[in-house]
Design a protein around this ligand. Sequence first.
Ligand SMILES: Cc1cc2nc3c(=O)[nH]c(=O)nc-3n(C[C@H](O)[C@H](O)[C@H](O)COP(=O)(O)O)c2cc1C
Length: 151
Amino acid sequence: MGGSFFLAKIPQQTQIPAAPFPIVIAGTLVNRKENYLTIGAFGGMSMQPPVIYIPSLKTHYTNIGIKETGYFSINLPPARLVLETDYCGLVSGWKIDKSQLFAPFYGKEKLAPMVRECPVNAVCKLKKPWIFPTMMFSSVRWWNISWMKTA
Ligand SMILES: Cc1cc2nc3c(=O)[nH]c(=O)nc-3n(C[C@H](O)[C@H](O)[C@H](O)COP(=O)(O)O)c2cc1C
């Protein structure tokens, strides 16, 4: 088993290993206006209770809305939204209004804009911001999930 197959190992500087993390667009309301950012390393922490995290740098404009409202959405973008997803991760709400990029819809709490164009959406309630000093590590709770209608 394995035989002559051999992988050379090259030590890297300390950082998150370059694994295929799922990308999500996180949405929130800042001063009652939608803002979206791209998160490249979203992940699950617990199945029951359902808890997820997004690592969001403290300086991001989006964090203002998350702290203000206590909510944000996560939206899994389809391939055809690659340009918009990249754009959300390249420009900041501090400088550019990103509120018109998507058609938002809301859950019952009406505090986290979800992206209608994305097939999977969830509203998340902030549990704990910034466990680590350099990153906002917020554990969150699923609120609802909506699936794209196929008919
Ligand atoms: C593909 C991609 C993945 C990204 N992943 C993250 C991430 O995991 N955490 C983070 O803090 N920023 C990440 N960013 C950077 C933010 O999305 C970017 O700085 C964004 O402009 C912040 O927007 P805001 O200031 O309006 O909140 C990513 C950017 C791209 C393009």
